[in-house]
Design a protein around this ligand. Structure first.
Ligand code: PMP
Length: 283
């Protein structure tokens, strides 16, 4: 059984408890981070914690955390669960209080939860064959840059896409692609340029995005940060997605149109390999 962390205690998962008045439960008043672990080591931990703090500031959370404290909580989860490969999920909610839209009178303090999930990250069969995606309108709130737990829209459309035979969804707003259900997304055009949505309030500022764009630069690939249209996607040479737990994942089918001949292309493959080599120090 997993050992999880809840508000100051490491306990077996079936003993972990959160109040029914927790605002994370009642209002989705909570933010989270997912940090990958490969070979027992965390990838890009500091960047994930920096984004956690930014999310908290954007939502007027009044507390903050010390990075060393957060690092030791993560390390304890790895150690207590013998986690070699997978993810650590961290959630911070505003805490428990009588149900009230107004949280300015709250006296309770934040709830903090951590748990691990075992997951194969390195040997991912989908990365070898490429994924299929369905396109759906992006109907999320316009602060997708804040990593909140209000994920119902993305969860609903992904579930429906899987029922319809696709692996995931990519979302669009005004004809322009924003991001995947839980990934940043990219195309490669005829000039071998990589195009991905610019950072603003409508997309999450992906930690893997930042690392992969640095890798692209180190490989002398040209990157353009702007939104691309559905038409550009359908005629792209390659398409791929990035996320902390997926690394770089080629997309070879969009709404039943083959992209790049229906197989992962050289740019996504090179980026995946080089990202894994540099982020996990795997040679
Ligand atoms: N966009 C969304 C909506 C996500 O949920 C995620 C996954 N956290 C990403 C992008 C990718 O971000 P990261 O590389 O930090 O995992």
């Amino acid at each position: 059984m997993r050992i999880v962390y809840v508000n100051g205690h490491f306990v077996p998962e079936d003993e972990a408890k959160i109040s029914v008045f927790d605002r994370g439960f009642l209002f989705a008043d909570a933010i989270y981070e997912v940090t990958s672990v490969a070979d027992g080591k965390m990838i890009d931990f500091e960047a994930h914690m920096a984004r956690l703090k930014r999310s908290m500031r954007e939502l007027d959370f009044e507390i903050s955390f010390d990075n060393d404290e957060l690092r030791s909580l993560h390390q304890e989860i790895i150690d207590q669960n013998d986690l070699a490969e997978g993810v650590i999920y961290l959630q911070v909610t505003r805490g428990a209080a009588d149900r009230d839209f107004n949280f300015s009178e709250m006296t309770g303090s934040a709830s903090v939860v951590l748990f691990s999930q075992v997951k194969k990250l390195v040997e991912n069969p989908s990365a070898k064959i490429g994924a299929s995606v369905q396109l759906v309108e992006d109907k999320r709130w316009l602060r997708a840059d804040i990593k909140t737990v209000q994920l119902l829209y993305s969860s609903l459309v992904k579930t429906r896409a899987i029922k319809a035979g696709f692996d995931d969804v990519w979302m669009h707003r005004d004809g322009l692609i924003t991001e995947g259900s839980s990934s940043n997304v990219y195309i490669v055009n005829d000039q071998s340029e990589i195009i991905t949505h610019q950072l603003n309030d409508t997309v999450l500022h992906g930690i893997t995005r930042r690392a992969v764009l640095a890798v692209a630069e180190s490989l002398q690939m040209k990157v353009i940060e702007r939104a691309f249209s559905i038409e550009e996607l359908l005629s792209a040479k390659e398409a791929f997605a990035t996320s902390a737990s997926g690394f770089v994942n080629p997309v070879v089918n969009v709404e039943n149109h083959a992209i790049g001949g229906g197989a992962p292309g050289p740019v996504s493959t090179a980026l995946r390999n080089e990202y894994m080599r540099t982020s996990m120090k795997m040679v």
